[in-house]
Design a binder for this molecule. Structure first.
Ligand code: NAD
Length: 249
């Protein structure tokens, strides 16, 4: 049975909303009565089957684009309760010393600086909403690779480790200001991000998961929705594992 949460009236910005995890998170938010606002790159938004949902073309690495989208949410809804920092990219697997500098920088730019830029633009707006008595939530989608440091994925692992550190810092800063900030560390899931990885790489990754299967996007959404709910009330700056037993810490 699916747990039911009441997030009615809450406005939730989801970055990378058109992707695998984003779609599952948007579905759960909608089912809980929240209004998700879908942020993603223009080409990704164009592929969405439902073009009527509130959406805004955003490149999270572009400060002006993020500010414009934030202003649009406030103009339309007047509040922001929830932020899911979910936009992310991976690079082809390769040893650290072979990674082109531009590729390393780009991975950090999207996965870490992007989340920072979105927090920087939205937290002041979320604080205004929280001041009206409505508890806010930020959920950052990191990765088990942040904890473990994956071979041939130094840029991705480093970017997600940075996202965990950002979560911890921001969680402390907002702990008494009505906004809880938490991170999730998923293992591999067969979304667009992973599905085209080399077969031997996928077999290697699967062999590291004690439960012997890949993660389902809805399992990310289920944990995310709990973190967004009032049932989550005494966790902030925390990291929630979703790795089928791969990371036991
Ligand atoms: N799929 C996995 O195996 C896995 C495992 C652990 C963590 N994650 C993380 O989960 C998050 C979602 O991944 P997913 O599996 O749904 O992948 P996905 O590729 O299906 O979705 C990622 C989304 O991010 C968007 N995006 C990329 N760059 C962007 C930018 N500059 N600005 C705005 N949007 C941008 C893409 O357009 C896409 O819609 C990512 O942060 C990813 O790193 C994924």
């Amino acid at each position: 049975m699916t747990a039911q949460y009441d997030l009615s009236g809450r406005i939730a910005v989801v970055t990378g909303a058109a992707g695998g995890f984003g779609t599952a998170i948007v579905k759960r938010l909608t089912a809980a009565g929240a209004t998700p606002v879908l942020w993603d790159l223009p080409a990704a938004l164009e592929m969405l089957p439902d073009q009527d949902m509130p959406a805004h073309a955003v490149d999270v690495t572009d400060e002006a684009s993020v500010t414009e989208a934030a202003d649009a949410v406030i103009s339309r809804f007047g509040r922001i309760d929830i932020l899911i920092n979910n936009a992310g990219i991976v690079a082809d697997p390769m040893p650290t010393w072979d990674i082109p500098v531009a590729v390393f920088r780009r991975i950090l730019e999207v996965n870490l600086v992007g989340a920072f830029l979105v927090c920087r633009a939205l937290v002041p707006l979320m604080l205004k909403t929280a001041a009206t008595g409505h508890s806010g939530r930020i959920v950052n989608i990191a990765s088990v690779q942040a904890k473990e440091g994956m071979d041939k994925a130094a840029a991705y692992s480093a970017s997600k480790a940075g996202l965990i550190a950002l979560t911890k810092s921001l969680g402390k800063e907002l702990a008494t200001r009505g906004i809880l900030v938490n991170a999730i560390t998923p293992a591999a899931s067969m979304t667009a991000m992973s599905i085209d990885a080399p077969k031997d790489r996928l077999a290697d990754i699967l062999s590291r998961i004690p439960m012997g299967r890949f993660l389902e996007p809805d399992e990310v959404a289920a944990l995310t929705i709990w973190l967004c709910s009032d049932e989550c009330s005494f966790s902030t700056g925390a990291v929630f594992d979703l790795s089928g037993g791969r990371a036991t810490y």
